[in-house]
Design a protein around this ligand. Structure first.
Ligand code: DSN
Length: 450
Protein backbone atom coordinates (compact mmCIF):
# COMPACT_ATOMS: atom_id res chain seq x y z
CA UNK A 1 0.00 0.00 0.00
CA UNK A 2 1.16 3.53 -0.73
CA UNK A 3 2.34 5.59 2.22
CA UNK A 4 2.80 9.33 2.30
CA UNK A 5 5.16 9.57 5.22
CA UNK A 6 8.37 7.76 6.11
CA UNK A 7 7.00 5.94 9.15
CA UNK A 8 9.57 5.79 11.92
CA UNK A 9 11.57 8.64 10.36
CA UNK A 10 9.63 11.49 11.90
CA UNK A 11 12.82 13.48 12.50
CA UNK A 12 13.28 13.85 8.72
CA UNK A 13 9.65 14.63 7.96
CA UNK A 14 8.64 18.30 7.60
CA UNK A 15 5.03 17.57 8.42
CA UNK A 16 5.96 15.71 11.61
CA UNK A 17 8.11 18.64 12.69
CA UNK A 18 5.72 21.40 11.76
CA UNK A 19 2.38 19.83 12.66
CA UNK A 20 2.74 16.73 14.84
CA UNK A 21 -1.03 16.51 15.39
CA UNK A 22 -1.87 16.18 11.70
CA UNK A 23 1.15 13.90 11.21
CA UNK A 24 -0.03 11.59 14.01
CA UNK A 25 -3.57 11.45 12.60
CA UNK A 26 -2.23 10.46 9.17
CA UNK A 27 -0.02 7.76 10.69
CA UNK A 28 -3.03 6.39 12.59
CA UNK A 29 -5.03 6.36 9.35
CA UNK A 30 -2.26 4.42 7.62
CA UNK A 31 -2.37 1.87 10.43
CA UNK A 32 -6.19 1.65 10.31
CA UNK A 33 -6.04 0.97 6.57
CA UNK A 34 -3.76 -2.01 7.17
CA UNK A 35 -5.22 -3.34 10.44
CA UNK A 36 -8.82 -3.57 9.27
CA UNK A 37 -10.36 -5.11 6.15
CA UNK A 38 -11.66 -2.33 3.90
CA UNK A 39 -14.93 -3.37 2.24
CA UNK A 40 -16.39 0.05 1.40
CA UNK A 41 -17.45 -0.42 -2.22
CA UNK A 42 -16.45 3.11 -3.27
CA UNK A 43 -12.93 3.15 -1.77
CA UNK A 44 -9.56 1.82 -2.88
CA UNK A 45 -5.80 2.01 -2.21
CA UNK A 46 -3.97 4.20 -4.74
CA UNK A 47 -0.43 3.58 -5.97
CA UNK A 48 2.58 5.42 -4.57
CA UNK A 49 2.81 7.25 -7.94
CA UNK A 50 -0.79 8.53 -7.67
CA UNK A 51 -0.14 9.62 -4.09
CA UNK A 52 3.04 11.49 -5.02
CA UNK A 53 1.34 13.33 -7.91
CA UNK A 54 -1.47 14.36 -5.54
CA UNK A 55 1.07 15.68 -3.05
CA UNK A 56 3.08 17.64 -5.64
CA UNK A 57 3.83 21.34 -6.24
CA UNK A 58 1.02 21.45 -8.81
CA UNK A 59 -1.30 22.14 -5.86
CA UNK A 60 0.00 25.72 -5.93
CA UNK A 61 -1.03 26.76 -9.45
CA UNK A 62 -4.08 28.63 -10.68
CA UNK A 63 -5.08 27.55 -14.19
CA UNK A 64 -8.64 28.63 -15.00
CA UNK A 65 -9.46 27.73 -18.58
CA UNK A 66 -8.26 24.82 -20.69
CA UNK A 67 -4.81 23.78 -21.97
CA UNK A 68 -3.53 26.51 -24.32
CA UNK A 69 -6.36 28.88 -23.27
CA UNK A 70 -5.69 29.88 -19.66
CA UNK A 71 -6.47 33.03 -17.71
CA UNK A 72 -3.09 32.90 -15.92
CA UNK A 73 0.51 32.90 -17.12
CA UNK A 74 2.94 30.16 -16.17
CA UNK A 75 0.77 27.23 -17.22
CA UNK A 76 3.11 25.53 -19.70
CA UNK A 77 3.74 22.47 -17.48
CA UNK A 78 0.21 22.46 -16.16
CA UNK A 79 -0.99 22.33 -19.78
CA UNK A 80 1.27 19.36 -20.44
CA UNK A 81 -0.14 17.50 -17.44
CA UNK A 82 -3.78 18.24 -18.23
CA UNK A 83 -3.34 17.26 -21.89
CA UNK A 84 -1.85 13.94 -20.77
CA UNK A 85 -4.87 13.34 -18.53
CA UNK A 86 -7.34 14.23 -21.30
CA UNK A 87 -5.61 12.09 -23.95
CA UNK A 88 -5.31 9.10 -21.62
CA UNK A 89 -8.95 9.35 -20.49
CA UNK A 90 -10.11 9.44 -24.11
CA UNK A 91 -7.90 6.48 -25.01
CA UNK A 92 -8.89 4.46 -21.94
CA UNK A 93 -12.62 4.76 -22.60
CA UNK A 94 -12.66 5.35 -26.38
CA UNK A 95 -14.41 8.72 -25.94
CA UNK A 96 -14.63 11.67 -28.36
CA UNK A 97 -14.04 14.26 -25.66
CA UNK A 98 -12.94 14.34 -22.01
CA UNK A 99 -13.02 17.03 -19.36
CA UNK A 100 -10.86 16.03 -16.38
CA UNK A 101 -11.46 19.13 -14.26
CA UNK A 102 -14.52 18.19 -12.14
CA UNK A 103 -13.48 18.15 -8.50
CA UNK A 104 -15.72 15.13 -7.84
CA UNK A 105 -18.36 12.87 -9.33
CA UNK A 106 -21.04 15.15 -7.87
CA UNK A 107 -19.50 18.20 -9.57
CA UNK A 108 -19.32 16.21 -12.82
CA UNK A 109 -23.05 15.46 -12.62
CA UNK A 110 -23.97 19.08 -11.88
CA UNK A 111 -21.91 20.20 -14.90
CA UNK A 112 -23.70 17.77 -17.23
CA UNK A 113 -27.08 19.03 -15.98
CA UNK A 114 -25.93 22.62 -16.40
CA UNK A 115 -24.83 21.90 -19.99
CA UNK A 116 -27.91 19.98 -21.06
CA UNK A 117 -30.87 21.22 -19.03
CA UNK A 118 -32.87 24.34 -18.33
CA UNK A 119 -33.14 24.85 -14.55
CA UNK A 120 -36.32 25.99 -12.84
CA UNK A 121 -36.67 28.46 -10.00
CA UNK A 122 -35.64 26.91 -6.71
CA UNK A 123 -38.49 26.49 -4.30
CA UNK A 124 -37.75 26.49 -0.58
CA UNK A 125 -36.92 22.90 0.39
CA UNK A 126 -39.57 23.27 3.11
CA UNK A 127 -42.39 23.55 0.56
CA UNK A 128 -44.40 20.33 0.93
CA UNK A 129 -45.64 20.32 -2.66
CA UNK A 130 -42.07 20.73 -3.82
CA UNK A 131 -40.73 17.82 -1.79
CA UNK A 132 -43.54 15.59 -3.05
CA UNK A 133 -42.60 16.46 -6.65
CA UNK A 134 -46.08 17.97 -7.23
CA UNK A 135 -46.84 20.83 -9.56
CA UNK A 136 -46.60 24.22 -7.89
CA UNK A 137 -49.88 25.49 -6.38
CA UNK A 138 -51.56 28.52 -7.97
CA UNK A 139 -50.25 30.67 -5.10
CA UNK A 140 -46.70 29.96 -6.28
CA UNK A 141 -47.18 31.64 -9.64
CA UNK A 142 -43.56 32.82 -9.61
CA UNK A 143 -42.44 29.24 -9.93
CA UNK A 144 -41.09 27.82 -13.17
CA UNK A 145 -40.33 24.09 -13.28
CA UNK A 146 -36.94 22.98 -14.58
CA UNK A 147 -36.48 20.36 -17.30
CA UNK A 148 -37.61 16.83 -16.51
CA UNK A 149 -35.04 14.12 -15.81
CA UNK A 150 -35.63 10.40 -15.27
CA UNK A 151 -33.10 8.82 -12.87
CA UNK A 152 -32.72 6.06 -10.28
CA UNK A 153 -34.03 6.90 -6.82
CA UNK A 154 -31.33 7.28 -4.14
CA UNK A 155 -33.30 4.92 -1.87
CA UNK A 156 -33.31 2.27 -4.63
CA UNK A 157 -29.57 2.47 -5.33
CA UNK A 158 -29.15 5.78 -7.21
CA UNK A 159 -27.14 8.78 -6.00
CA UNK A 160 -27.83 11.98 -4.11
CA UNK A 161 -27.07 14.01 -7.26
CA UNK A 162 -29.63 12.03 -9.25
CA UNK A 163 -32.36 14.42 -8.12
CA UNK A 164 -32.68 13.93 -4.38
CA UNK A 165 -34.87 16.76 -3.02
CA UNK A 166 -32.13 17.67 -0.53
CA UNK A 167 -29.55 18.08 -3.32
CA UNK A 168 -29.15 21.00 -5.74
CA UNK A 169 -30.06 18.65 -8.63
CA UNK A 170 -33.48 18.01 -7.09
CA UNK A 171 -33.97 21.70 -6.37
CA UNK A 172 -33.21 22.92 -9.90
CA UNK A 173 -34.72 20.23 -12.13
CA UNK A 174 -37.88 18.14 -12.12
CA UNK A 175 -36.68 14.61 -11.39
CA UNK A 176 -38.89 11.57 -11.81
CA UNK A 177 -37.47 8.37 -10.32
CA UNK A 178 -37.35 4.70 -11.21
CA UNK A 179 -36.37 1.87 -8.87
CA UNK A 180 -35.75 -1.85 -9.06
CA UNK A 181 -38.30 -4.61 -9.40
CA UNK A 182 -39.30 -5.75 -5.89
CA UNK A 183 -39.30 -9.45 -6.74
CA UNK A 184 -35.96 -9.62 -8.58
CA UNK A 185 -34.07 -6.64 -7.15
CA UNK A 186 -33.11 -5.80 -10.75
CA UNK A 187 -33.85 -2.93 -13.10
CA UNK A 188 -37.05 -3.49 -15.09
CA UNK A 189 -36.34 -1.81 -18.44
CA UNK A 190 -39.98 -2.06 -19.55
CA UNK A 191 -41.13 -0.23 -16.39
CA UNK A 192 -38.46 2.45 -17.01
CA UNK A 193 -39.69 2.81 -20.62
CA UNK A 194 -43.26 3.29 -19.37
CA UNK A 195 -42.12 6.10 -17.03
CA UNK A 196 -40.17 7.68 -19.90
CA UNK A 197 -43.25 7.60 -22.16
CA UNK A 198 -45.41 9.12 -19.42
CA UNK A 199 -43.01 11.94 -18.44
CA UNK A 200 -41.07 12.64 -21.69
CA UNK A 201 -37.81 13.56 -19.88
CA UNK A 202 -35.22 15.77 -21.54
CA UNK A 203 -32.51 13.59 -19.97
CA UNK A 204 -32.37 10.02 -18.71
CA UNK A 205 -29.72 9.12 -16.12
CA UNK A 206 -28.42 5.56 -15.83
CA UNK A 207 -25.96 4.53 -13.14
CA UNK A 208 -26.04 3.67 -9.46
CA UNK A 209 -24.17 3.50 -6.20
CA UNK A 210 -25.79 0.38 -4.82
CA UNK A 211 -26.83 -1.84 -7.73
CA UNK A 212 -25.04 -5.20 -7.84
CA UNK A 213 -25.91 -6.19 -11.41
CA UNK A 214 -24.77 -5.34 -14.93
CA UNK A 215 -26.57 -2.27 -16.31
CA UNK A 216 -27.85 -2.64 -19.87
CA UNK A 217 -26.79 0.67 -21.42
CA UNK A 218 -28.06 -0.34 -24.87
CA UNK A 219 -31.55 -0.76 -23.35
CA UNK A 220 -31.31 2.73 -21.81
CA UNK A 221 -30.27 4.11 -25.24
CA UNK A 222 -33.32 2.52 -26.87
CA UNK A 223 -35.61 4.08 -24.24
CA UNK A 224 -33.93 7.49 -24.65
CA UNK A 225 -34.25 7.32 -28.43
CA UNK A 226 -37.92 6.38 -28.22
CA UNK A 227 -38.77 9.50 -26.19
CA UNK A 228 -36.11 11.69 -27.82
CA UNK A 229 -34.21 12.17 -24.56
CA UNK A 230 -30.50 12.61 -23.97
CA UNK A 231 -28.75 9.82 -22.09
CA UNK A 232 -26.23 10.38 -19.30
CA UNK A 233 -24.50 7.46 -17.60
CA UNK A 234 -22.96 8.00 -14.17
CA UNK A 235 -20.36 5.21 -14.19
CA UNK A 236 -18.59 6.34 -11.00
CA UNK A 237 -18.83 2.96 -9.30
CA UNK A 238 -17.93 0.79 -12.25
CA UNK A 239 -15.40 2.98 -14.14
CA UNK A 240 -12.52 0.63 -13.30
CA UNK A 241 -14.54 -2.40 -14.36
CA UNK A 242 -15.37 -0.66 -17.65
CA UNK A 243 -11.71 0.30 -18.16
CA UNK A 244 -10.65 -3.29 -17.51
CA UNK A 245 -13.36 -4.87 -19.67
CA UNK A 246 -15.22 -6.43 -16.73
CA UNK A 247 -18.45 -4.45 -17.36
CA UNK A 248 -19.90 -3.33 -20.73
CA UNK A 249 -18.96 0.25 -21.61
CA UNK A 250 -21.58 3.01 -21.59
CA UNK A 251 -19.50 5.20 -23.94
CA UNK A 252 -20.93 3.94 -27.26
CA UNK A 253 -24.48 4.51 -25.98
CA UNK A 254 -24.46 7.72 -23.93
CA UNK A 255 -24.35 11.40 -24.83
CA UNK A 256 -22.52 12.05 -21.55
CA UNK A 257 -20.64 9.73 -19.20
CA UNK A 258 -19.78 11.17 -15.78
CA UNK A 259 -17.54 9.49 -13.27
CA UNK A 260 -15.44 9.80 -10.19
CA UNK A 261 -11.84 8.66 -10.55
CA UNK A 262 -11.16 6.99 -7.22
CA UNK A 263 -13.42 3.97 -6.83
CA UNK A 264 -12.79 0.86 -8.95
CA UNK A 265 -10.65 3.11 -11.22
CA UNK A 266 -8.12 3.48 -8.35
CA UNK A 267 -7.11 7.11 -8.96
CA UNK A 268 -7.22 10.17 -6.69
CA UNK A 269 -10.50 11.52 -5.28
CA UNK A 270 -11.93 13.49 -8.21
CA UNK A 271 -14.27 13.52 -11.19
CA UNK A 272 -14.35 13.58 -14.98
CA UNK A 273 -16.83 13.73 -17.84
CA UNK A 274 -16.73 12.11 -21.27
CA UNK A 275 -19.06 13.24 -24.04
CA UNK A 276 -19.75 13.18 -27.74
CA UNK A 277 -17.95 15.77 -29.85
CA UNK A 278 -21.09 17.84 -30.44
CA UNK A 279 -21.39 18.54 -26.71
CA UNK A 280 -17.68 19.26 -26.08
CA UNK A 281 -17.81 23.05 -26.04
CA UNK A 282 -21.02 23.32 -24.00
CA UNK A 283 -19.72 20.77 -21.52
CA UNK A 284 -16.34 22.48 -21.06
CA UNK A 285 -18.14 25.78 -20.45
CA UNK A 286 -20.50 24.10 -17.97
CA UNK A 287 -17.48 22.97 -15.92
CA UNK A 288 -15.66 26.33 -16.15
CA UNK A 289 -16.95 29.00 -15.77
CA UNK A 290 -20.35 27.32 -15.25
CA UNK A 291 -19.91 25.39 -12.03
CA UNK A 292 -16.23 25.55 -11.01
CA UNK A 293 -13.31 27.96 -10.74
CA UNK A 294 -9.65 26.93 -10.79
CA UNK A 295 -9.04 23.24 -11.48
CA UNK A 296 -7.03 21.16 -9.00
CA UNK A 297 -4.04 20.44 -11.21
CA UNK A 298 -2.24 18.23 -8.67
CA UNK A 299 -5.31 15.98 -8.68
CA UNK A 300 -5.46 16.13 -12.48
CA UNK A 301 -1.82 14.97 -12.56
CA UNK A 302 -2.78 12.05 -10.32
CA UNK A 303 -5.72 11.27 -12.63
CA UNK A 304 -3.27 11.15 -15.56
CA UNK A 305 -1.11 8.67 -13.62
CA UNK A 306 -4.11 6.51 -12.72
CA UNK A 307 -5.39 6.49 -16.32
CA UNK A 308 -1.93 5.32 -17.49
CA UNK A 309 -2.03 2.56 -14.87
CA UNK A 310 -5.49 1.51 -16.06
CA UNK A 311 -4.28 1.40 -19.68
CA UNK A 312 -1.76 -1.33 -18.77
CA UNK A 313 -2.78 -4.94 -19.53
CA UNK A 314 -2.59 -6.00 -15.87
CA UNK A 315 -5.45 -3.62 -15.01
CA UNK A 316 -7.84 -5.92 -16.90
CA UNK A 317 -6.72 -8.75 -14.61
CA UNK A 318 -7.36 -6.52 -11.59
CA UNK A 319 -10.87 -5.61 -12.82
CA UNK A 320 -11.77 -9.26 -13.36
CA UNK A 321 -10.34 -10.20 -9.96
CA UNK A 322 -12.59 -7.56 -8.29
CA UNK A 323 -15.66 -9.26 -9.78
CA UNK A 324 -14.41 -12.79 -9.01
CA UNK A 325 -13.84 -11.76 -5.38
CA UNK A 326 -17.29 -10.15 -5.12
CA UNK A 327 -18.87 -13.34 -6.46
CA UNK A 328 -16.88 -15.47 -4.02
CA UNK A 329 -17.89 -13.23 -1.11
CA UNK A 330 -21.54 -13.34 -2.21
CA UNK A 331 -21.43 -17.16 -2.30
CA UNK A 332 -19.95 -17.24 1.20
CA UNK A 333 -22.61 -14.85 2.54
CA UNK A 334 -25.40 -16.90 0.96
CA UNK A 335 -23.91 -20.00 2.61
CA UNK A 336 -24.22 -18.12 5.93
CA UNK A 337 -27.95 -17.74 5.24
CA UNK A 338 -27.83 -14.00 4.47
CA UNK A 339 -30.27 -12.41 2.05
CA UNK A 340 -28.62 -10.50 -0.83
CA UNK A 341 -30.50 -7.97 -2.96
CA UNK A 342 -30.97 -9.61 -6.40
CA UNK A 343 -29.52 -12.85 -4.98
CA UNK A 344 -25.86 -12.07 -5.72
CA UNK A 345 -23.62 -9.82 -7.79
CA UNK A 346 -22.17 -9.26 -11.27
CA UNK A 347 -19.89 -6.39 -10.29
CA UNK A 348 -17.80 -5.15 -7.37
CA UNK A 349 -20.52 -4.79 -4.73
CA UNK A 350 -22.99 -6.73 -2.65
CA UNK A 351 -26.06 -5.38 -0.88
CA UNK A 352 -27.04 -7.42 2.19
CA UNK A 353 -30.72 -7.11 3.11
CA UNK A 354 -30.97 -7.55 6.89
CA UNK A 355 -34.77 -7.50 6.76
CA UNK A 356 -37.28 -5.12 8.36
CA UNK A 357 -37.19 -7.10 11.63
CA UNK A 358 -33.46 -7.80 11.66
CA UNK A 359 -30.73 -5.63 13.16
CA UNK A 360 -30.33 -2.23 11.49
CA UNK A 361 -27.62 -1.54 8.94
CA UNK A 362 -26.24 1.04 11.36
CA UNK A 363 -25.88 -1.52 14.17
CA UNK A 364 -24.30 -4.17 11.94
CA UNK A 365 -21.87 -1.73 10.25
CA UNK A 366 -20.75 -0.47 13.69
CA UNK A 367 -20.33 -4.02 15.01
CA UNK A 368 -18.35 -5.06 11.92
CA UNK A 369 -16.08 -2.03 12.33
CA UNK A 370 -15.44 -3.02 15.94
CA UNK A 371 -14.59 -6.49 14.70
CA UNK A 372 -12.15 -5.07 12.10
CA UNK A 373 -14.31 -5.14 8.95
CA UNK A 374 -15.15 -1.72 7.48
CA UNK A 375 -18.28 -1.24 5.35
CA UNK A 376 -21.25 1.15 5.24
CA UNK A 377 -24.90 0.97 6.21
CA UNK A 378 -27.07 1.22 3.11
CA UNK A 379 -30.76 1.44 2.30
CA UNK A 380 -32.16 -1.59 0.51
CA UNK A 381 -34.95 -1.24 -2.09
CA UNK A 382 -38.23 -0.50 -0.30
CA UNK A 383 -36.44 0.18 2.99
CA UNK A 384 -38.81 1.47 5.68
CA UNK A 385 -36.07 2.61 8.06
CA UNK A 386 -34.56 6.13 7.96
CA UNK A 387 -31.28 6.66 6.01
CA UNK A 388 -29.20 6.92 9.19
CA UNK A 389 -30.41 3.46 10.29
CA UNK A 390 -31.27 1.44 7.13
CA UNK A 391 -31.98 -2.27 6.77
CA UNK A 392 -28.87 -3.13 4.82
CA UNK A 393 -25.11 -3.02 4.52
CA UNK A 394 -23.09 -2.56 1.33
CA UNK A 395 -19.86 -4.51 0.80
CA UNK A 396 -17.35 -4.10 -2.02
CA UNK A 397 -14.12 -5.73 -3.14
CA UNK A 398 -12.03 -3.08 -5.01
CA UNK A 399 -9.72 -2.29 -2.08
CA UNK A 400 -9.11 -5.84 -0.82
CA UNK A 401 -8.44 -6.98 -4.40
CA UNK A 402 -5.73 -4.30 -4.66
CA UNK A 403 -4.09 -5.82 -1.58
CA UNK A 404 -4.11 -9.27 -3.19
CA UNK A 405 -7.02 -10.91 -1.38
CA UNK A 406 -8.47 -13.84 -3.35
CA UNK A 407 -11.45 -16.21 -3.15
CA UNK A 408 -9.98 -18.05 -0.12
CA UNK A 409 -9.92 -14.84 1.92
CA UNK A 410 -13.44 -14.01 0.64
CA UNK A 411 -14.70 -17.33 2.04
CA UNK A 412 -13.16 -16.45 5.43
CA UNK A 413 -14.65 -12.95 5.35
CA UNK A 414 -18.10 -14.32 4.46
CA UNK A 415 -17.97 -16.59 7.51
CA UNK A 416 -16.85 -13.74 9.80
CA UNK A 417 -19.49 -11.32 8.49
CA UNK A 418 -22.16 -14.00 8.97
CA UNK A 419 -21.11 -14.41 12.62
CA UNK A 420 -21.34 -10.64 13.28
CA UNK A 421 -24.71 -10.23 11.50
CA UNK A 422 -26.16 -13.00 13.68
CA UNK A 423 -24.90 -11.41 16.92
CA UNK A 424 -23.97 -7.73 16.43
CA UNK A 425 -24.39 -7.04 20.16
CA UNK A 426 -22.31 -9.96 21.44
CA UNK A 427 -18.92 -8.67 22.64
CA UNK A 428 -17.41 -12.17 22.79
CA UNK A 429 -18.33 -12.84 19.14
CA UNK A 430 -16.89 -9.48 18.05
CA UNK A 431 -13.64 -10.19 19.93
CA UNK A 432 -13.31 -13.62 18.29
CA UNK A 433 -13.93 -12.13 14.83
CA UNK A 434 -11.43 -9.33 15.56
CA UNK A 435 -8.77 -11.95 16.34
CA UNK A 436 -9.52 -13.80 13.08
CA UNK A 437 -9.40 -10.50 11.13
CA UNK A 438 -5.97 -9.77 12.68
CA UNK A 439 -4.73 -13.16 11.49
CA UNK A 440 -6.08 -12.43 8.00
CA UNK A 441 -4.60 -8.92 7.69
CA UNK A 442 -1.25 -10.15 9.06
CA UNK A 443 -1.13 -13.05 6.59
CA UNK A 444 -1.99 -10.78 3.64
CA UNK A 445 0.56 -8.20 4.82
CA UNK A 446 3.30 -10.84 5.11
CA UNK A 447 2.46 -12.22 1.67
CA UNK A 448 2.67 -8.70 0.18
CA UNK A 449 6.10 -8.17 1.76
CA UNK A 450 7.46 -11.63 0.78
N1 DSN B 1 -20.47 8.29 -1.68
C1 DSN B 1 -20.23 7.44 -2.82
C2 DSN B 1 -20.49 6.01 -2.50
O1 DSN B 1 -20.06 5.58 -1.44
O2 DSN B 1 -21.09 5.29 -3.28
C3 DSN B 1 -20.96 7.87 -4.00
O3 DSN B 1 -20.63 9.19 -4.28
Amino acid sequence: MATLLPAGRAAQCALAQEDPEVYAAILHEERRLLDKVQLIASENYVSQAVLEATGSVLTQKYAEGLPGRRYYQGCEWIDRVERLAIDRARRLFGADHANVQPHSGSQANQAVYFAALQPGDTAPASADWYRRGDTAPASADWYRRGDTVLAMDLAEGGHLTHGSPVNLSGRLYRFVHYGVDRATGRLDYEAIARLARAHRPKLIVAGATAYPRVIDFAAFRRIADEVEALLMVDMAHIAGLVAGGAHPSPVPHADFVSSSTHKTLRGPRGGMILCREGWARALDRAVFPGTQGGPLEHVIAAKAVAFAEALRPDFALYARAIVANARALAEALLAEGLNLVSGGTDNHLILVDLGPDGPTGAAVAAALDEAGIVCNKNAVPGDTRPPNQTSGIRLGTPAVTTLGYGPREMATLGRLIGAVVRAPGDAAVLARVRADVRRLTTAVGERALA
